[in-house]
Design a protein around this ligand. Structure first.
Ligand SMILES: Cc1cc2nc3c(=O)[nH]c(=O)nc-3n(C[C@H](O)[C@H](O)[C@H](O)COP(=O)(O)OP(=O)(O)OC[C@H]3O[C@@H](n4cnc5c(N)ncnc54)[C@H](O)[C@@H]3O)c2cc1C
Length: 457
């Protein structure tokens, strides 16, 4: 429970309508899409940067932890308030402030949902490239704090590549701004990049200037199936190695295809052992030429069926299938443990073999889903956490998968972040001095450890 005096001061800022502290209300803000839960003492919905600043001044004075929250779709426990205190939710700060396509930027508040930016840009013939599969609900504040990726980041890059500037409120309540509306801007440390991926541990993002891009003239989408998972992975390495960078190259294995088909009956090939959803874009002639090369490569690797989406509806169906993969897996078992290891693309076939080998060893089911073109794997293990034996095996399998990725020159997370899920594994990829440097940065910016305490730093 918050100190009564602190509560009254917070109510003075936001009013009773924007403040929750009944147990049944708090429960709704105690979890994300990972497995841990912790109740906050209060949930607060600021409407302006000034309110955020005043709330943080109070939190600092009373030493109350503050954890930012967008849509709560994190899959690593990042917005779970493990040290309780205040959850600050941005659903009331959801305005698009400015769209400027000649200068190629958009200015938004943190609670704007990613898909709403796409919709707003549509009439201008522009789009915002980072497209997490959660884009229909996840917010820009959460996307920036997690440095979110997504399928088309293979060609276009991840969130940090699109953040030109931002306004941030520090734990002290100070409001700072970095970057600008300019595509080129080399003035001092690029602090906006430091806040990308900081998981709400350094400051609260209250406004962001994002780079946008013109929509390509042509988009082509292919679904290719294989009767062998290894060949599916080899086709990925072959395509990228030949110098073609598709917009997206999404790999799904047999278990994943069947889980989607069971849930949505989209006509996916239930017999296929692997599939690639490949998208390219650009000018028409270049797309046609690239498509020919891609078809040549997948055939060389034993493709059994190649289907091009001929209409927008067909294309959307294929993407719906891919985006629903995580959700449909949740139907296979009481819990679903999904990971995010990433390896250099030439190591994708080897990493997939490792994942299958390790999970076979522990007699666990695994669905292999990957943004394969950039080496980002999402092995998903359906399991029951209340079955202690099974859960031990899941944990052991993932430890080995992390180690295997690192041994192949890869890393722990391509886009989901560290949060609570992988904090213990950080030393696999960072030495002590590097972790100490992160701790020192945190100490300088947030000396009382007010912001999202208990996480990776
Ligand atoms: C079905 C599904 C599919 C997904 N697909 C992808 C994918 O393709 N790519 C990908 O990268 N991720 C994916 N994710 C993970 C998740 O959607 C992303 O990490 C997303 O960016 C989280 O946004 P959110 O608004 O839900 O943030 P939350 O989960 O609410 O918060 C995430 C982090 O951001 C912090 N935060 C939120 N707002 C602010 C703010 N204004 N200032 C400072 N910190 C803040 C929180 O404290 C927390 O640490 C997926 C998740 C699900 C459930």
């Amino acid at each position: 429970m918050l100190d009564t005096q602190a509560k009254n001061e917070l109510l003075d800022i936001v009013g009773i309508d924007k403040y929750l502290d009944r147990p049944e209300e708090l429960a709704c803000y105690s979890y994300d899409a990972f497995l841990e839960e912790a109740l906050p003492d209060a949930v607060i919905f600021p409407e302006t940067s000034d309110q955020v600043s005043r709330i943080l001044k109070i939190a600092s004075r009373y030493k109350i932890p503050v954890t930012g929250r967008g849509a709560g779709t994190s899959v690593c426990g990042a917005p779970v308030p493990v040290k309780h205190g205040i959850v600050m939710c941005f659903s009331q700060m959801d305005k698009i402030i400015e769209i400027n396509t000649p200068d190629r930027y958009i200015i938004v508040q943190p609670g704007v949902v990613n898909a709403d930016i796409q919709k707003a840009l549509e009439p201008f013939g522009f789009f915002y490239p980072p497209d997490p599969a959660s884009m229909s609900v996840s917010t820009i504040g959460g996307n920036i704090a997690q440095n979110a990726g997504g399928p088309r980041c293979l060609k276009y890059g991840v969130t940090v590549d699109y953040v030109l500037g931002m306004e941030v409120v520090l734990a002290s309540g100070d409001i700072v701004r970095f970057g600008s509306k300019n595509i080129k801007d080399v003035t001092g440390y690029r602090l906006s990049s430091l806040f990308c991926g900081s998981e709400g541990t350094l400051g609260i993002i209250t406004e962001a200037i994002l780079k946008v891009a013109p929509k390509p003239e042509t988009v082509k989408t292919l679904m290719v199936t294989f009767d062998d998972l290894d060949n599916t992975a080899k086709a990925v390495t072959d395509i990228i190695g030949s110098g073609i960078i598709p917009v997206a190259m999404e790999l799904m294995d047999n278990l994943t295809l069947n889980a989607i088909e069971d849930a949505a009956s989209l006509g996916l090939d239930r017999e296929a052992q692997g599939s690639l959803l490949i998208e390219i874009d650009g000018v028409k002639e270049a797309c046609e030429k690239e498509m020919m090369h891609i078809i040549e490569k997948v055939k060389k690797n034993g493709a059994i069926h190649i289907q091009e989406a001929m209409t927008d509806i067909e294309r959307e169906n294929l993407w719906t299938a891919r985006r629903s993969a995580y959700g449909v897996f949740a139907k296979l078992a009481p819990d679903i443990f999904s990971e995010d290891v990433t390896v250099p693309v030439s190591k994708v076939p080897l990493m997939i073999r490792k994942i299958v080998e390790i999970t076979d060893k522990y007699h666990l089911k695994v669905g292999v889903l990957a943004h394969a073109g950039d080496g980002n794997m999402h092995p998903m293990i359906p399991a029951d956490r209340s079955n202690k034996e099974e859960w031990k095996k899941v944990e052991a399998a993932f430890s080995e998968i992390f180690q295997a990725a690192v041994d192949l020159g890869g890393t722990l997370s391509g886009e989901h972040g560290i949060g609570l899920a992988k904090a213990a594994y950080l030393p696999l990829v960072m030495n002590k001095d590097s972790i100490d440097l992160m701790k020192k940065i945190k100490q300088v910016i947030d000396p009382d450890l007010i912001l999202n305490p208990g996480k990776f730093v």
